[in-house]
Structures are given as C-alpha cells and as structure tokens.
Design a protein around this ligand. Structure first.
Ligand SMILES: [Zn+2]
Length: 216
C-alpha cells in the first residue's frame, strides 16, 4: 500500500477558499487557459527555496512563466547519456516545444543549497562527499565556481558563490546544442538574475563585463 494520507484540514480549507473566490471570480479566464494551451513569455529556473516567490516579484499570472525549480537553481551540462535528467528535460520542452523567447536563471540570497556546496568545497561537510547524498552530488555542478571566488569576508564569498550558481548555469545552458542554436538565431535570450530576499533587491548578470549589477 502506498502511504498517502488525506490533505491536512488547514490546506483543504485554503483550497476551498481559493475555489470559492479567486477561481470562481475568474472562471472564464481559467477555462480559456485550459483550452488555448500555454504560451509562456519566459522560462524561469529558480531554487526550490520557499522564500523565492518567482511569480510575485514579476507580478506574473498563470500561463506567463514556465518554471522549473531545483536545489540552487542549477543547470547541469548537456549530457545525452540516457539517464534521468529533470532539469534538462524541462529546458528542452521550454525551448524546443514551447519556443520561449527568454530563459531566466534566478539565483537568490541566503541559499541553503549554495551554502552546503560552500561547506563541502571548504572541507567542512564530508558527509556531502558521499554518493548516497543527492544534494552533495547535485551540487558538484557548482563546485568549479568555488576556486573562482576571491578572498574576503565569508558572507561576501557566499553571495559571490550564489552569483556563480547563476553564471555556471548560464554557461551550461550554452552546452545544449538546441539552446546555442536558438541563441545564435536570435530566437532565445538568456538572462541571469539574483534576488535579495530580505531587501527585495534584484541584480542582473552582464555577460560583457562578467558582473552582477543592481537592476533599477
Ligand atoms: Zn536556494
């Protein structure tokens, strides 16, 4: 038997509230969304962190963003090895099938995934070196960025490592032949962002200068 339980009462109540208000007031719009299919204006790759509210910071509605979330918003390099690649599958669908014109990698402050990679690279988390930890092996994608960090206060180095997570993901996206081709054709634009949860700030990666600068 699969041990699936009924939804807790508080969540069931929240759903009932949404159905009675937001949904019922916009029924026609939801039905159009269902029948007309999706034409998202961008794909966003963000961290699983519950504090990163991807749609909220852009004031986006359903149907506008094709969102993939994983630990530390990482994209692995192109690896057609027959294995299970969730992030690569999402990227492939967004670019090849939905033809999204923009692909945004959204990093964030206080990222627990990046912190664990930082500890692992600093030799302070030997358990993350084990093959049995999925987080440890997933964070290998970011490991090359550790050596690129300049000296300084640990908090600054952690932020710089979060920026590296965005930068390395953008680099890895370009190893997918269909992405490189779409970028070359001008059909797809890549973007790198990093959001400061506490301050509500947004920084943007500039490929020309290889730096992050504040937006707005
Ligand atoms: Zn995170």
């Amino acid at each position: 038997m699969i041990p699936a339980k009924p939804l807790p009462q508080n969540l069931a109540q929240r759903y009932a509230g949404w159905r009675a208000t937001t949904y019922s007031e916009n029924r026609g719009w939801y039905r159009r969304l269902a029948t007309e299919g999706q034409r998202p204006l961008a794909m966003v790759i963000a961290c699983c962190d519950s504090r990163v509210n991807v749609t909220s910071i852009f004031g986006a509605e359903q149907g506008e963003f094709f969102i993939h979330r994983n630990i530390a918003n990482l994209v692995p390099p192109f690896a057609p090895d027959g294995d299970h690649h969730g992030t690569s599958a999402a990227v492939e669908y967004a670019v090849q099938v939905l033809h999204v014109p923009h692909l945004i990698v959204l990093g964030h402050s206080n990222c627990g995934g990046v912190q664990s990679c930082y500890d692992m690279c600093a030799g302070q988390a030997p358990d993350l070196e084990e093959n049995a930890t999925f987080v440890g092996r997933w964070m290998e994608i970011l490991r090359p960025g550790f050596d690129a960090l300049s000296d300084g206060a640990e908090a600054d180095r952690r932020t710089a490592f979060e920026h590296q997570a965005v930068r390395i993901s953008l680099e890895n996206l370009m190893t997918f032949p269909f992405i490189a081709a779409a970028v070359e054709e001008g059909d797809l634009a890549l973007h790198g962002l990093w959001t400061d949860i506490g301050e509500g700030g947004l920084m943007m990666y500039d490929g020309l200068t290889d730096r992050f600068t504040a937006l707005g």
